[in-house]
Design a protein around this ligand. Structure first.
Ligand SMILES: C[S@@+](CC[C@H](N)C(=O)[O-])C[C@H]1O[C@@H](n2cnc3c(N)ncnc32)[C@H](O)[C@@H]1O
Length: 271
């Protein structure tokens, strides 16, 4: 990773359905979306042996039809702002990934290049003891191929700069990635219930962009995409609607809290 390449980062505070509308068509090289799962309950489930409680965030509560409508709307806008030859990566659990895949493949008619299984070797135990223990999340990689342009895949980088127990360095990277849950060290800037590991985002950016490209994350959360994009010399646009996460994003994208960034331009926009 290198932090010295000058890059530009915009953070929008507001609802992505509204803000995506303001982004010009075909202006984005890569979209990384980690949307609501639609699995939250008003009261999360906990158990005596662990501090872990299932998700009870307001932003994850939807009606069944409301969830489908929401997913169609933001994906539609993402496809509009994506350049031809650009990639759309969407991640989720079994609760939402099939619906997202249906919309991307059937309604938007994009080409799906891969589905990746993210295996979490240290996943949380199952609280109810009535199901197998969930230890994976799923990522869909689709591309918008038009006007004679096709997706970027930095094949040599994927071979040489990605490795884990299932993917030896120097070999082709498989579509199963072994990455532990986000470490405490990466959570230094504050608590977000679904903060993703930087390594997960790094692999996507490494494979599908080049330096100077622009990456959009419509569900920025704790700012992982912007922080990793900055370290890798890519530009980013992030959107987050919960005020409580903004301070985490700001700390992560500008850890030294510099007033003027010599290597980076950062703009915070309240909508
Ligand atoms: C699954 S989390 C993303 C976590 C992120 N990948 C990270 O590493 O921190 C989804 C985020 O989307 C935000 N969100 C939900 N609905 C939104 C909307 N309509 N517009 C913008 N942000 C939204 C939530 O507040 C939450 O922080």
């Amino acid at each position: 990773m290198c932090g010295w390449v000058k890059s530009k980062h915009k953070i929008f505070y507001g609802d992505c359905l509204y803000i995506l509308n303001k982004i010009p068509s075909e202006s984005i090289d890569l979209i990384i979306a980690d949307p609501p799962y639609g699995l939250a309950k008003k009261k999360g489930l906990g158990w005596a042996y662990s501090k872990h409680v299932t998700l009870e965030e307001e932003w994850d509560l939807f009606s069944k039809d409301g969830f489908f409508k929401f997913n169609k709307e933001w994906i539609n806008e993402c496809v509009r702002v994506l350049k031809h030859g650009g990639s759309l990566w969407v991640m989720g659990s079994f609760h939402n990934i099939y619906q997202l895949g249906f919309i991307i493949q059937h309604i938007m008619d994009l080409k799906i290049n891969n589905s990746i299984v993210w295996f979490k070797p240290n996943a949380q135990p199952n609280i109810t003891c009535r199901f197998f223990t969930e230890s994976t999340e799923h990522l869909i990689w689709a591309s918008k191929n038009g006007e004679g342009k096709k997706w970027i895949f930095n094949y040599e980088d994927t071979k040489n700069k990605i490795s884990d127990d299932l993917n030896p360095k120097g070999k082709q990277t498989r579509n199963v990635w072994k990455i532990p849950l986000t470490t405490k060290k990466e959570k230094w800037a504050g608590h977000h219930p679904t903060q993703k590991p930087e390594e997960l985002i790094r692999r996507i950016i490494l494979a599908c962009t080049n330096k100077g490209d622009t990456i959009l994350d419509p569900f920025l959360g704790s700012g992982t995409t912007s922080a990793v994009a900055k370290n890798m010399g890519r530009n980013s646009i992030g959107i987050e609607k919960e005020r409580k996460y903004l301070s985490i994003i700001k700390k992560r994208i500008n850890p030294l809290q510099k007033k003027i960034n010599e290597d980076t331009e950062i703009e915070y926009i309240n909508v």
